[in-house]
Design a protein around this ligand. Structure first.
Ligand code: DSN
Length: 421
């Protein structure tokens, strides 16, 4: 099926850009830890007629007529999300990760309240109160960091800060931290100071849903947020899962608090992704994501690359290319891209270098695992990454990447890649 035939006839410029992007994805390897390749079934829902309609409100309580099938779709998505995460309540309307977290803050807290969260430069996220974000101006964020010599979260510091600042909320979660989280330790500290507990598991939602990493809700957390397009492999979007007493405040925090009409094509895609995530195949996928990250870490370490925290327990790892002897992460990112290895530069804890030329490069395995790659390919990719840093010929490396990528086509992508060359 060529789903773009109408577009090609009407708007060749956009059509060609999509075809070129299709080819770029096919011929390169996506190693960005927050990206993935979604399912063909989700691509179909995202491109469906569900995009046409407004559905402000919630099932059974909408503001416009014509909602029978939207109510049905949203109820299915909510039930599947609750089941997957063992949650008492789910809201599947957040348009993406940032509004998802903002809706929780506004739903449960008052402006000026204190939130204790992970420092952005130590692996936290922009929406966890980075000074440059609006949230950092509206709420009083206090930031905990990782342990200087070990690299893992410094729970002594978390506890000391909690006792000193008495936060209304203790927030854990990260976008660049390669270790499993000790939710029980966070919970103990929150209980000690009477704080709400929130886990933003956007990066690892699929690994929790797939049962291979711990679920904060099983440790009594009040709220869990996750984007749906990373390890969960769904459409771009976000979900909030919480305990029942917070359900009303969370729902009002999303709508009408922050958003208008939900994107119902996206909600339908989330429902489809939740159905996928409940299968044995998805559990095997989640296990493979972890195994691939470990294999990649071993391959890089064996070739002398220092990794932040010395390795990984999740889907990502952070190479300290500056400590290895390379100029910086920005230059490494560019060199990798020349070879078809698509990564992102990354600040490391206490980075002596500036944000646009940081010391690190972050690498993740969700997308290459979706293509079906395993141990042998991880060893090959580790070798390719190091060859690039050692100054090997980028075109030779790119040829090897194209050959590897061709053996593992992206499931569900149209085989139009070569047409527009
Ligand atoms: N941009 C995503 C990440 O890379 O972690 C999250 O916002």
């Amino acid at each position: 099926m060529n789903t773009l035939s109408h577009l090609a006839a009407f708007d060749p410029e956009i059509s060609e850009a999509i075809a070129n992007e299709n080819r770029r994805q096919a011929e390169t390897l996506t190693l960005i830890a927050s990206e993935n390749h979604t399912y063909p079934e989700v691509l179909e829902t995202n491109g469906s007629i569900l995009t046409d309609k407004y559905a402000e409100g919630y099932p059974g309580r909408r503001y416009y007529a014509g909602q029978a099938f939207y109510d049905q779709i949203e109820r299915i998505a909510v039930e599947r999300a609750k089941k997957l995460f063992n949650a008492e309540h789910a809201n599947v309307q957040p348009l993406s990760g940032s509004p998802m977290n903002q809706a929780v803050y506004f739903g449960l807290l008052k402006p000026g309240d204190t939130i204790l969260a992970m420092d952005l430069t130590h692996g936290g996220h922009l929406t966890h109160g980075a000074p440059a974000s609006h949230m950092g101006k509206i709420f009083n964020f206090v930031r905990y960091r990782t342990h200087g010599s070990r690299g893992d979260i410094d729970f002594d510091e978390v506890r000391n800060l909690a006792i000193k600042h008495k936060p209304a909320m203790l927030l854990c979660g990260h976008s660049s931290y390669p270790r499993e989280l000790d939710y029980a330790a966070f919970r103990r500290i929150a209980d000690e100071v009477g704080a709400l507990t929130m886990a933003d598991v956007s990066h690892i939602g699929g690994l929790i849903g797939g049962g291979v990493l711990a679920n904060p809700l099983d440790h009594g957390f009040d709220v869990l947020t996750t984007t749906t397009h990373k390890t969960l492999r769904g459409p771009r979007g976000g979900m909030i899962l919480c305990r029942k007493p917070f359900a009303k405040a969370i729902d009002s925090g999303v709508f009408p608090g922050l958003q208008g009409g939900p994107h119902m094509h996206q909600v339908a895609g989330i429902a489809v992704a939740m159905r996928k995530a409940a299968t044995a195949e998805f559990r095997a996928y989640a296990e493979r994501v972890l195994a691939n990250a470990r294999a990649l870490a071993e391959g890089l370490t064996a070739r002398g690359m220092p990794l932040i925290t010395g390795g990984t327990e999740n889907h990502l790892l952070v190479m300290d290319v500056a400590a290895w002897g390379y100029d910086d992460g920005a230059k490494a990112q560019n060199a990798f891209e020349q070879a078809g290895l698509v990564t992102n530069k990354q600040l490391i804890p206490d980075d002596p270098k500036p944000p646009l030329r940081p010391s690190g490069v972050r690498i993740g395995t969700p997308a290459i695992t979706s293509r079906g790659m395993g141990d042998a390919e991880m060893a090959q990719i580790a070798g390719l990454l190091m060859t690039v840093l050692e100054g090997g010929d980028a075109e030779v490396a790119a040829e090897e990447v194209r050959a590897l990528a061709a053996q593992f086509p992206i499931p569900g992508h149209e085989p139009r890649a070569a047409e527009s060359r």
